[in-house]
Design a protein around this ligand. Structure first.
Ligand SMILES: NC(=O)c1ccc[n+]([C@@H]2O[C@H](COP(=O)([O-])OP(=O)(O)OC[C@H]3O[C@@H](n4cnc5c(N)ncnc54)[C@H](OP(=O)(O)O)[C@@H]3O)[C@@H](O)[C@H]2O)c1
Length: 164
């Protein structure tokens, strides 16, 4: 099973605000996110889930929290207490890929565990306090896969991962 981070990052490395808001709304970028993740499980931190306010359609939504009593009033949502358990759950259920969709805390823990990252580099700076963790560029094979007016999409593949 391929473990993949998907993220949009501004020129100054911002991914969000501490109040949960996204600093930008770029329709094409949301479409790219939806098209890429549709049909696959998505793993997110509790704060990102609460920012979304509801599960994203057509995908198994997995929420990570340390709160044992956390519950939501939606079907098709799974609540687990670690990233590792989330990956194991997806593996056991024979998913071909799983996407880690944020936010900052979850990306920081996932960056050393994933096989690939699909990064939308926004062509502007943004205001916000939540940043993407530092990427050690030498660990990755980097390929530009899409060009859009307001962003470009790069595929990062970890160097020691078997290509198939
Ligand atoms: N630009 C993008 O592509 C993108 C994507 C997604 C999100 N965002 C932005 O990112 C921001 C949110 O990021 P964030 O860092 O504040 O929060 P987050 O990563 O979404 O969620 C953090 C929460 O996840 C849970 N958690 C973290 N590590 C855990 C662990 N090891 N075990 C169990 N639970 C764990 C905790 O929940 P409990 O407190 O309940 O225990 C923690 O408070 C928002 O501004 C959002 O808009 C941006």
């Amino acid at each position: 099973m391929k473990k993949i981070i998907i993220v949009a990052i501004s020129e100054n490395n911002v991914i969000g605000k501490t109040n949960g808001e996204m600093p930008w709304h770029v329709k094409d970028e949301f479409k790219h996110f939806k098209d890429t993740t549709f049909g696959y499980p998505i793993i997110m931190g509790r704060k990102t889930f609460e920012t979304l306010g509801k599960p994203l359609k057509g995908r198994l939504n997995i929420i990570i929290t340390r709160n044992k009593n956390y519950s939501v009033s939606f079907n098709d949502v799974i609540i687990l207490d670690s990233l590792e358990k989330s990956f194991s759950y997806c593996e056991q259920n024979n998913f071909e890929k799983v996407f880690v969709i944020g936010g900052g805390q979850i990306y920081s823990q996932a960056i050393s565990l994933v096989d690939e990252m699909i990064i939308s580099k926004m062509k502007f700076k943004a205001e916000g306090e939540v940043e993407f963790p530092k990427i050690n560029e030498t660990d990755w094979i980097i390929e530009k896969i899409m060009e859009h007016e307001l962003f470009e999409v790069f595929l990062y593949r970890r160097k020691n991962v078997r290509q198939n």
